[in-house]
Design a protein around this ligand. Structure first.
Ligand code: KIV
Length: 286
């Protein structure tokens, strides 16, 4: 498979070829989604919920992101690996934003970073891009601001709010981002942004007009959690497959069906005889 770069993404937009992005958080999931032929792998800070069991992305640290990105990079082939910048890793100063973005490339091997927000993050975006690091923007519902927003709600639902989103999208493009994630944005607004930008938009819960789509690995596979988001499509129910397999294993162990001779390695009979003959010479009283 060819290696996807940020130039590839621009080309795909020009050719009207849809871009496929999915999250992954470890070596096996990165390997599987690469083999399935996705264009982009996002090491999302959604790992806070999907693999670490937090109730939001806020507790996720740079160390968490570095640890998981390293594993994903080891499993990924062909796809462009994008690492999320976690909460407070880019908001404090442009210098810390650049240092943290740089760590995700230098230490973990990501090829791009993603950060959330509009006008307020433009200085950080410019600084990171100027250092040669591709940045992916993220507008609409931005999970790191869940406490200000009040929940995972659709954004840009009035003309004035939609206009602000469009302005932010254009400003982010002018600041140098390579692609823009649009999360929970009404179809019409995502469509307008997609038409106005030269860089690709990648939607999640934002309709089919976007240049590409992203879904969370665990959501599309039914792997953990009971949450059925309206925007998600369940392509498989891996959670049930795993539960049934582990139930079968437990039952077979308890009923002494597993292991069988097939799963057993035996000692050479001559060695066994020798062992038994010498057992009474053991320096223990058993
Ligand atoms: O962290 C994540 O998984 C994301 C996607 C929802 C776009 O940011």
């Amino acid at each position: 498979m060819n290696t996807v770069t940020t130039a590839t993404l621009r080309k795909y937009k020009e050719e009207r070829r849809k871009i496929v992005m999915v999250t992954a958080y470890d070596y096996p999931s990165a390997k599987l989604v690469s083999e399935a032929g996705v264009d982009l792998i996002l090491v999302g800070d959604s790992l806070g919920m999907t693999v670490l069991g937090y109730d939001s992305t806020l507790p996720v640290t740079m160390e968490d992101m570095l640890h998981h990105t390293k594993a994903v990079v080891r499993g990924a082939s062909g796809a462009l690996v994008v690492a999320d910048m976690p909460f407070l890793s880019y908001q404090v100063s442009v210098e810390t934003a650049l240092l943290n973005a740089g760590r995700l490339l230098q230490e973990a091997g990501a090829k791009a970073v993603k950060l959330e927000g509009g006008s307020e993050v433009l200085p950080a975006v410019r600084k990171i891009v100027a250092a040669g690091i591709p940045v992916i923007g993220h507008l609409g519902f931005t999970p790191q601001s869940v406490n200000r927003i009040g929940g995972a709600y659709f954004q840009g639902k009035t003309a004035a709010k939609a206009r602000r989103l469009i302005e932010d999208a254009i400003r982010l493009e002018d600041a140098g981002i390579s692609a823009l994630v649009l999360e929970l944005v009404p179809f019409e607004v995502a469509d307008l942004i997609t038409q106005k930008l030269r860089i690709p938009t990648i939607g999640i819960g934002s309709g089919s007009a976007c240049d590409g789509q992203v879904l969370v690995f665990h959501d599309l596979l039914g792997f953990g959690g009971d949450v059925r988001f309206k925007h998600n499509k369940l392509y498989a129910n891996v959670g049930e497959v795993i539960k049934n397999a582990v139930r079968d294993y437990a039952e077979e162990v308890r009923k002494e069906i597993f292991p069988t001779e097939l799963h057993t390695i035996r000692l050479d009979p001559v060695e066994y005889e020798k062992l038994l003959a010498n057992l009474n010479k053991l320096p223990f009283n058993r």
